[in-house]
Design a protein around this ligand. Structure first.
Ligand code: GAF
Length: 367
């Protein structure tokens, strides 16, 4: 998982720690961001997802010592330090993710004092799992610091617990799983109900671009929680435990639900089907078929799940018009990034056209 880009970040964070705290760190660790190729909002419905770790990510350097019961955590990017009581609750601060993760780390001893430095090259609010990256990175650092050996699936579950129970974000497990268990340059097919997962190869001769729309999102703002509640209401109306218990054969019952529950449920059921087919098309190296599923997924997110924005829809259309074969909103939505599938020989053209026509965007290469 650790490649050269990660090593550069690790060296930077160790240096920043030493400059800030005056001693070398006892532990350093890295965790990547992720881009989701297909399967949006299915994870908290017991469904299927197809994310991929990025080379961009977050690194932490840390040490034990300092004031007992306190966490001093600094960010080299924000040039700020926050001092938190290790017993306190979340307070809508960036340090919540670090505090919540240390508190959930196996091996944390009562009365410990901790110091930590964070650096990241992952844009925040871009739908690329900056929160999961900082949680998993903190849990990995804690493992080294406390001499524990937490397996990657447990790390993913602990990081999700931090989101759900400490930060208060009702997300599924996709992001934490992709970040903790996934491998760079491979997608991971994950059944979020059973946690059965398999690596999926990327199509040869094609690239996935991540294009940050410039519209930042904050999933704790309420739109995400509203979708979670709508899915729960649809389950109640249909008498099922999870929307992923349904499939395309149940479409008549789904269409009979009231608005907007019918559209929300339709997105989940059709999206699960697209992920199932998408994993097979990637296994078969059929980039064109995968691209069509990406486009259908975007329409479903926009029309049925209502998590896109007009500027994101324009960006998807712009990417396709520029020569990409597939494009869709990735991540939680309400802003953030799109993921674009492009033939290698068109990469330069698509990148140039997008930056010319959409000055707000930032184009990153995913793989
Ligand atoms: C966010 C959440 F954190 C994920 O769990 C997932 O629901 C995603 O939005 C939408 O697919 O990234």
């Amino acid at each position: 998982m650790i490649d050269n880009a990660a090593n550069i970040l690790l060296a930077r964070v160790a240096e920043a720690y030493k400059a800030h705290f005056g001693i070398p760190p006892e532990a350093v660790a890295f965790a990547p961001g992720r881009v989701n190729l297909l399967g949006e909002h299915t994870d908290y419905n017991g469904g299927l997802v197809l994310p991929m770790p990025l080379r961009l990510g977050t690194a932490m350097a840390a040490g034990q010592g300092g004031t007992a019961g306190k966490l001093r955590v600094a960010s080299a990017d924000f040039e700020s330090e926050e001092v938190r009581d290790l017993c306190e609750n979340a307070s809508d601060a960036w340090s919540d993710y670090v505090l919540g993760s240390f508190r959930n780390a196996p091996g944390l001893k009562e009365g410990s004092g901790l110091t930590a430095m964070v650096v990241s090259n992952l844009p925040m609010g871009a739908g690329l799992s900056s929160s999961a990256a900082i949680e998993v990175c903190t849990l990995r650092t804690a493992d080294i610091l406390f001499g524990t050996e937490t397996d990657p699936v447990t790390v993913a579950k602990l990081a999700r617990k931090v989101e759900n129970e400490f930060v208060g974000m009702p997300c599924g497990i996709m992001d934490q799983f992709a970040v903790s268990v996934g491998e760079v340059a491979q997608a991971v097919f994950l059944d979020t109900r059973t946690l059965h997962h398999e690596p999926v190869p990327l199509p040869e001769g094609y690239s996935f671009l991540v294009v940050h729309s410039g519209a930042s999102h904050k999933l704790t703002d309420g739109g995400y929680a509203t979708r979670v509640a709508e899915c729960q209401a649809a389950c109640k109306a249909l008498g099922v435990e999870a929307l992923s218990n349904l499939d395309l054969d149940d479409m008549e019952r789904i269409e009979a639900l009231d608005e907007p529950l019918n559209r929300r449920a339709r997105h989940i059921v059709t999206e699960n089907d697209r992920v199932k087919r998408g994993a097979k098309t990637l296994e078969a190296g059929d980039a064109a078929a995968f691209a069509n599923l990406m486009i259908a997924s975007h329409h479903s997110q926009s029309a049925d799940y209502a998590v896109s924005l007009p500027e994101i829809d324009r960006l998807v259309d712009g990417a396709l018009a520029a020569g990409a074969i597939g494009a869709r909103l990735t991540g939680g939505g309400f802003g953030g990034s799109i993921v674009v599938l492009v033939a290698a020989e068109r990469l330069g053209d698509v990148r140039d056209t997008l930056t010319k026509n959409f000055p707000m965007v930032r184009v990153l290469t995913a793989a």
